[in-house]
Write a protein that binds this ligand. Structure first.
Ligand code: ZN
Length: 178
């Protein structure tokens, strides 16, 4: 059973202090941890907040998944705001930051997000950046076709992220010192 529980919590908007509602949605997914999605939109200033977290983890963890076929594209990924995602074969790393929202997606969704960012570089980048962007887009097409195996590495110092696959390798993650 896929169960969804919603709770509304009032709180001030971090941007303009208007009293707004934060929506806490808990999703229960079989064979996977509960997922908490916290979201809010401020009607006064347009501030948007989304974070997603796994509820049953808690230890700093690194999750590694070998993406080897087109079938792996549907593997579900929960990324909290504190997590980074790296695909070394593509030279891509998404670091946590204030602009970076948490999400529940799958491998294909993560590739789509990277594609969007890279397409921006195609429009506004220098010649070298445009060349690199075009090469990266071509590689992403191959990954999606299952012709270019890559590794997805999800690191979360708060342990609230995860990859839903039997083949995922989980290990303790020691965050680098500042
Ligand atoms: Zn606001």
């Amino acid at each position: 059973m896929h169960k969804v529980v919603e709770t509304r919590v009032p709180g001030p908007c971090p941007s303009c202090n208007t009293q707004i509602e934060y929506l806490y949605t808990t999703e229960n997914i079989p064979y996977f941890s509960d997922i908490l999605i916290i979201s809010a939109i401020c009607p006064a200033c347009g501030y948007k907040f989304v974070d997603t977290q796994l509820l049953k983890h808690g230890e700093p963890a690194r999750h590694t998944l070998a993406v080897e076929s087109a079938g792996d594209l549907s593997v579900r990924i929960v990324r909290s705001m504190s997590a980074s995602i790296e695909i070394p074969e593509l030279g891509v790393r998404i670091d946590p930051g204030p602009q970076c929202q948490g999400f529940v997606s799958n491998v294909e969704g993560v590739l789509d997000r990277i594609e969007e960012v890279v397409k921006g570089a195609l429009r506004w980048g220098t010649d070298v950046e445009k060349e690199n962007a075009a090469a990266l887009l071509a590689d992403i097409v191959k990954v999606k076709a299952g012709m270019f195996p890559v590794t997805v590495i999800l690191e979360d110092p708060c342990g609230n992220s995860g990859i839903e696959s039997e083949r995922v390798v989980e290990e303790k993650y020691v965050p680098p010192e500042e």
